[in-house]
Ligand binder design. Structure first.
Ligand code: NAD
Length: 291
């Protein structure tokens, strides 16, 4: 089994982005500026936003964080989004999900200017992605594509199982894997909580992309010899030996798949770091489009 080092690949990508920023500076072009909108004080969301801001600094981007109380109304949040849409210095922004229950997530994502929608969640961009038109791809699926490409795992003609059908991971990666492009041409099956005989589906697959959020769900006896396993799952589980009191665990039982899998992404250090670098890549692109 070969571990796919997402951290290393992500660092390469960040290095490439940093170089682009330096070239922009030399040519007196604008420095990319990413903003994040954070509602409430959920610990995991704060951690994700802080990592995105830290990554911005590392490549020389400008970044801004707009934090709002959990009690902010939907109307007020929309008016804040409109301000960010109109701010000419901001090239791209994200609304950190999930939002509190009283706010309609779809309505909010619809308010984001599609040209600043570096998360690729606006229906315009999502529709373009579905049609195979070049656009901002959601960061996690884009990160998975980059990992697969840079590891030279072939997708053409391969049987690929995507487990999970969320709008942010499972659905888009299943669309992208089946598209008729250099990356794609796989025969894709999408499994979900109502799927029957998941083990059989896994055993038939050359590539498994798991995005369910159940710790160590995929075991060695479920996978085909030599298959590639992309673990998107991130779950915090209690760990008294850690100073934080928890550890991050993926959907895949790494120990048990190690003797059978061809390639596996670890958690942490696999898909996670790629998500952030692809977000920055989208922001650089938004800035270039606005030039
Ligand atoms: P989600 O949490 O919205 O939904 C889970 C999906 O898993 C659903 O589609 C459900 O049908 C499916 N599912 C649940 N139990 C199942 C079962 N027993 N068998 C088959 N399918 C089952 O999905 P999400 O937002 O894509 O998140 C999935 C996981 O990926 C979470 O752990 C999340 O934290 C993680 N995630 C990681 C990144 C990253 O950057 N690495 C990004 C986004 C999400």
């Amino acid at each position: 089994m070969k571990l796919i080092d997402g951290k290393k690949i992500s660092e390469q990508l960040l290095g490439e982005i940093k170089l682009s920023v330096e070239n922009r500076l030399k040519n007196n072009l604008k420095i990319p500026h990413l903003a994040a909108i954070l509602v409430g004080d959920d610990g995991a969301s704060k951690t994700y936003v802080n990592s995105k801001i830290k990554a911005c600094k590392s490549v020389g981007f400008k970044s801004s964080l707009y934090s709002y109380k959990v009690s902010i109304s939907e109307i007020e949040l929309i008016s804040q989004i409109k301000k960010v849409n109109e701010d000419k210095d901001i090239d791209g922004f994200i609304v950190q999900l999930p939002l509190p229950g009283h706010i309609d997530q779809d309505k909010i994502l619809n308010e984001v200017d599609p040209y600043k929608d570096v998360d690729g969640f606006h229906p315009n961009n999502y529709g373009k992605m579905t049609l195979g038109v070049d656009t901002f791809l959601p960061a996690t699926p884009a990160g998975i594509i980059e990992l697969i490409k840079r590891t030279k795992i072939k997708t053409e003609g391969k049987k690929c199982l995507v487990i999970g059908r969320s709008q942010i991971v499972g659905r888009p990666i299943s669309i992208l894997l089946s598209q008729n492009k250099t990356f794609g041409n796989s025969t894709v099956t999408v499994a979900h909580s109502r799927s029957v005989d998941l083990k059989k589906l896994c055993l038939e697959s050359d590539i498994i992309i798991s995005a369910i959020g159940i710790p160590e769900f995929i075991k060695g006896d479920m996978i085909k010899e030599g298959s590639s396993i992309i673990d998107v799952g991130i779950t915090r589980v209690k760990d008294h030996t850690s100073s934080k009191g928890y550890k991050i665990v993926g959907d895949v039982d790494l120990k048990s798949v190690s003797s059978k899998a061809g390639f596996v992404t670890p958690v942490p250090g696999g898909v996670g770091p790629m998500t952030i670098s692809m977000l920055l890549k989208n922001t650089l692109r938004a800035c270039e489009i606005a030039d």
